[in-house]
Design a protein around this ligand. Structure first.
Ligand code: NAP
Length: 275
């Protein structure tokens, strides 16, 4: 278990969840999975398929227990059908969902948003990064217990580029805005069924997805230098927020976008002596 995990506990004992979006050991989904596992959650992992299994399987096996891995390409209805069918067959239900999936083409993650965004690229970013949450939420909610039996919880991953203009984030910022709005709409729909739906807006973190954004290093440095805490966003903080939102600690919290970015989102002007 990595040192980004809080001491073991029982906050998620008896809960089963699907984690979507582990690509490697640096993935945010993996940080969250380890935290949930340390609190007793039983986890299923979906990955896009192909070569990825080689990277994901050893991680999943390191958690011990009975590794449960399913393929799910979120752009493919048949693949999503098979993923949720496998969960239904094995568990008969589901208590929570972690959605940590996004994609936009490299050419669209640099330069001018206005000039570089193609119709195809826009649709692809929206499909993989925003609609996939709507689709997964629909499927997951169908497997969740009734409100009387505890309901369920879901979390998606977003970034400040949804709310503010961040150079090069471009079409992904627009997709994240759609993801955040979707999170609120889904939260309203599923609220009466006792299912809470929230998003975590994480500061820049060193992952594969971050490596695809032009100037990612500068985003990381600015994210730290201009933050209130003067530090990078930590996996421990993001995974802790997920634990809060997915466990009973987060009761009464839904439709929320929780910023976990060392306070960067609330800073209007960087420190005066840096100007
Ligand atoms: P990551 O490790 O690269 O994870 C992204 C995941 O999305 C990968 O597992 C990737 O699988 C998956 N994915 C892409 N297209 C898919 C598809 N069609 N079907 C199924 N899965 C697909 O990067 P990450 O930074 O942890 O990203 C996780 C989430 O956090 C994303 O929503 C991201 O936007 C968000 N986030 C990241 C940061 C940051 O600074 N890193 C900050 C705020 C929010 P493949 O590898 O197979 O493509």
């Amino acid at each position: 278990m990595s040192d980004t995990v809080f001491p073991a506990g029982t906050l998620m004992k008896g809960k089963r969840g699907l984690v979507m979006g582990v690509a490697n050991k640096n993935s945010i989904a993996w940080g969250i999975a380890q935290q949930l596992s340390a609190q007793g959650a039983e986890l299923a992992f979906s990955y896009q398929g192909g070569e990825l299994e080689k990277r994901v399987r050893p991680l999943v096996e390191s958690l011990g227990g009975d590794p449960f891995m399913v393929t799910a390409d979120v752009t493919d209805d048949a693949s999503m059908d098979a993923c949720f069918e496998a969960i239904k067959d094995k568990w008969g239900g589901l208590d929570f969902l972690v959605h940590a999936i996004a994609f936009a083409g490299k050419d669209e993650l640099k330069g001018s948003f206005t000039h570089n965004t193609t119709r195809e690229g826009f649709k692809r970013a929206m499909d993989i990064s925003a609609f996939s949450f709507v689709d997964a939420a629909k499927r997951a909610s169908a497997l969740m217990p009734s409100k009387e039996d505890g309901g369920g919880a879901m979390v998606s991953m977003t970034y400040l580029g949804a709310e503010r203009v961040v150079p090069n984030y471009n079409v992904m910022g627009v997709a994240k805005a759609a993801l955040e709005a979707s999170t609120r709409y889904i939260a309203r729909d599923l609220g009466p069924a006792g299912i809470r739906v929230n998003a975590i807006s994480a500061g820049p973190m060193r992952t594969l997805a971050m490596a695809g954004i032009a100037g990612g290093k500068t985003l990381m440095k600015t994210g730290k230098d201009w933050s209130m805490l003067k530090e990078d966003t930590t996996m421990e903080g993001v995974a802790g927020a997920a634990l809060y939102l997915l466990s009973d600690l987060g009761k009464s919290c839904t439709g929320e976008v929780l910023h976990v970015d060392a306070g960067f989102h609330a800073v209007g002007v960087p420190d005066i002596d840096e100007l």
